[in-house]
Design a protein around this ligand. Structure first.
Ligand code: ADP
Length: 682
């Protein structure tokens, strides 16, 4: 084994065969194998040596398949005693290396492990190639009789047998692996091949070194218009006219160096017919195969771009519609706090009106928060309502006054949740309308006061006219000519009419600022009283009154309501005997009262206007006298009680009219007690 000072043998054809034979055993650098360990241990025991080894002589080194007493697992071939052993068939014995001129100056003899004795039997393969040696070593000189040499040679044959067994085993293992690999790659080939060919994207494979196209799938061939053979003569640069080679190399560099697994970019691709199309190119390097390839997946962006243009157009259209709208429209997305609660909203879009409202330029509100735009809404009830709108998807409309450092006005705010859980606000500045309403209210009040004043002032002179007419008649006595008497009667009658008109006007004016302090009122008693007052006129009528409960209100005013309604039923009766019915039913917190008759009825188209003051459906000379104030007063009183009144316009087979009233059943359910009439005047 070690230290052969004479270099020889390497590079010769026979040496090449020997090395092939050794490699064929597939044993170099393999793991420890107990079978070989046992042989070396047996050799040490049999010949009582401290060192033994199975040395395999490789191209430039000897490698120990098994060793005892030696530290290194391999040494340079130039040092190997065994290299000399394999030059012959016989066992090489060096009884004392110091006396052997071939080895005396060897460092292994002059220095550690200070070898003196060496005996090595060549490991000869069945085809005659000598692969290495089974060797015994000692630090003292020894003799090695011929008989022992033969034994060592036989043990070396056993080692070669073991090496054969090792080779067979390795061969089997490799075959199994190859078989598995072959199956796998076959399956993968089928799978990937199908995907490759059928993919809607264009897929190209091109050689990593030459950049020449190796394959292109159907999508690529069809879009480009090239045949496979034509493509094979091209590189991707032929398809991307605007990309220079160095630029392309720069794009490939991160893949080649392994810095990145994927590179994507957008470029125009050119078809065979010269037409071009925008494309997104994604590149990857497949360095696993025998031949490194780049895989390029190319997506034709023509449709995507068209879709994007379409989308941009649609969005611009929507934006222009929104901008044309005079109302401010803004969309917000919720911002959540640590607990998952909505703390604010971020503005996604705002139309031109909204930007004007906030005094911002184009595109500015996007990104701002709701509370940034409407700071006074912080800690407001409205913010809570907006949270509810988003959470429950229930729209909301409210009118409110908004005051902050920059603004003071009235706004009508409509909030709705979008499908994505965002919040859209439509905000209308109603400050002007509010101002007008207030002005109207003030002028109504002044008008009411004026009417009350006039009515009051007129009452006395009218009374005096009537009084003086009576006095005059009385003073003149029988001397009054019949014509003058008649005229005096007319004066008294006219004064009486005017007095009633002025009285009603005064009532109406007073009711304009009516305040109801509700007390329990037995409706049944109110209705009965009213019917009793009109008993004579109702003598021939059929009157039905249902159960009527107690309601909160003012008994005098409520009596006036029924006096008007029953009075009208009497006044507007038809040829038929009057049938009057008053009934009520509870509907939750309200009481719905129906007053119906079988009179001349009211056409549905007049349903609203009959409640207007001084509005009559009959001419002055008609058989139905009146001032046109009864229903207006009735409506005012009902509304002052927090209720409402309307004409039922459902067709009724029996004809006549049916008035419906709703009154709250408890004072808590009432609208504000103070009633201010708005615009009942026609
Ligand atoms: P007036 O009875 O003094 O004309 P109202 O305000 O009480 O004023 O009624 C307004 C109008 O409504 C009446 O002119 C009449 O045409 C119509 N109207 C009211 N009640 C009835 C009724 N029960 N049947 C038919 N018409 C009615």
């Amino acid at each position: 084994m070690p230290n052969c000072p004479v270099a020889f043998g390497t590079g010769k054809p026979s040496e090449a065969r020997r090395l092939d034979a050794l490699l064929d055993y597939d044993i170099l650098d393999t793991a420890v194998d107990a079978r070989f360990e046992r042989v070396v241990a047996l050799a040490c025991e049999l010949w009582d040596v401290p060192m033994a080894a199975i040395s395999l002589v490789d191209d430039e080194r000897q490698w120990f398949k098994s060793r005892i007493g030696l530290e290194a697992s391999e040494t340079p071939r130039a040092w190997a005693f065994c290299d000399r052993t394999i030059r012959g068939d016989a066992v090489l014995v060096v009884e004392d290396a110091r006396d052997d001129e071939r080895f005396a100056s060897s460092p292994l003899v002059t220095a550690a492990p200070r070898l003196r004795f060496y005996a090595g039997a060549p490991l000869t393969a069945p085809d005659g190639e000598r692969l290495g040696a089974l060797c015994l070593m000692d630090r003292r000189p020894r003799s090695f009789p011929v008989a022992q040499r033969a034994q060592l040679a036989r043990l070396a044959e056993t080692v070669v047998d073991l090496m054969g067994a090792h080779r067979t085993q390795r061969l089997l293992e490799r075959k199994e692996r190859l078989l598995a690999l072959a199956e796998l790659s076959q399956m993968e080939q089928i799978r990937y091949g199908r995907i490759f060919e059928a993919s809607l994207n264009e897929i190209y494979l091109f050689d990593a070194a030459s950049l020449r196209l190796v394959a292109a799938n159907r999508g690529a061939r069809e879009n480009l218009g090239y045949r496979e053979a034509e493509l094979r003569a091209m590189t991707p640069l032929d398809l991307m006219p605007e990309v220079a080679r160095e630029h392309f190399e720069r794009l490939l560099e991160p893949l080649r160096s392994g810095r990145r697994e994927r590179v994507a970019f957008e470029r125009e691709q050119r078809r065979k017919d010269g037409s071009r199309y925008p494309a997104e190119v994604a590149l990857e390097l497949d360095g696993h195969g025998e031949r490194p390839l780049f895989v390029a997946v190319v997506q034709d962006l023509t449709e995507k771009r068209a879709y994007q243009r379409e989308l941009a157009r649609a969005l611009a259209l929507v934006q222009s519609i929104l901008d044309a709208c005079q109302d401010a429209i803004e969309t917000f997305t919720p911002l959540f706090g640590a607990e998952g609660e909505i703390v604010d909203f971020r503005c996604l879009q705002a139309n031109a009106a909204a930007r004007r409202l906030h005094g911002l330029g184009a595109g500015q509100p996007a990104g701002q928060t709701l509370l940034g735009l409407w700071p006074a809404w912080r800690d407001s009830e409205l913010l809570e309502l907006f949270r509810g709108v988003v959470a429950r998807r229930e729209p909301l409309t409210t009118e409110l006054r908004y005051v902050d450092a920059r603004r003071d006005g009235w706004y009508r705010v409509s909030a709705a949740a979008t499908g994505d859980g965002d919040l859209t606000l439509e905000i209308i500045d109603v400050s002007e309308r509010k101002l007008r309403e207030r002005a109207l209210q003030r002028s109504n009040e002044a008008l009411d006061q004026f009417a009350a004043g006039i009515a009051h002032d007129l009452q006395t002179p009218i009374g005096q006219i009537a009084g003086f007419a009576v006095l005059l008649e009385r003073h003149l006595g029988e001397t009054v000519p019949p014509k003058a008497r008649e005229a005096l009667g007319y004066i008294a009658q006219a004064a009486d009419n005017m007095s009633r008109l002025v009285g009603s006007l005064l009532d109406y004016a007073r009711l304009g600022t009516l305040t109801v302090d509700p007390e329990p009122v037995e409706l049944r008693e109110v209705v009965e009283q009213c019917l009793a007052e009109l008993a004579d006129e109702l003598a021939l009528a059929e009157v039905r009154v249902g159960a009527l409960p107690q309601v909160p209100g003012n008994a005098t005013l409520l009596r006036q309501v029924f006096q008007n309604l029953v009075g009208n039923a009497l006044k507007y009766r038809s040829e038929r005997p009057l049938r009057l019915s008053i009934g009520a039913e509870r509907q939750g917190a309200t009481l719905r009262i129906a007053v119906e008759d079988n009179g001349i009825g009211i056409a549905p188209r007049h349903a609203e206007r009959i409640f207007e003051v001084f509005r009559r459906l009959h001419a002055d000379g008609s058989p139905y006298p009146g001032l046109g104030m009864g229903l207006a007063l009735t409506k005012t009183i009902v509304e002052a009680h927090g209720g409402r009144i309307w004409l039922d316009t459902e067709p009724r087979p029996e004809g006549g009219s049916r008035f419906l009233l709703e009154l709250p059943l408890s004072a808590a359910g009432r609208a504000p007690a103070s009633h201010r009439r708005r615009d009942t005047a026609a």
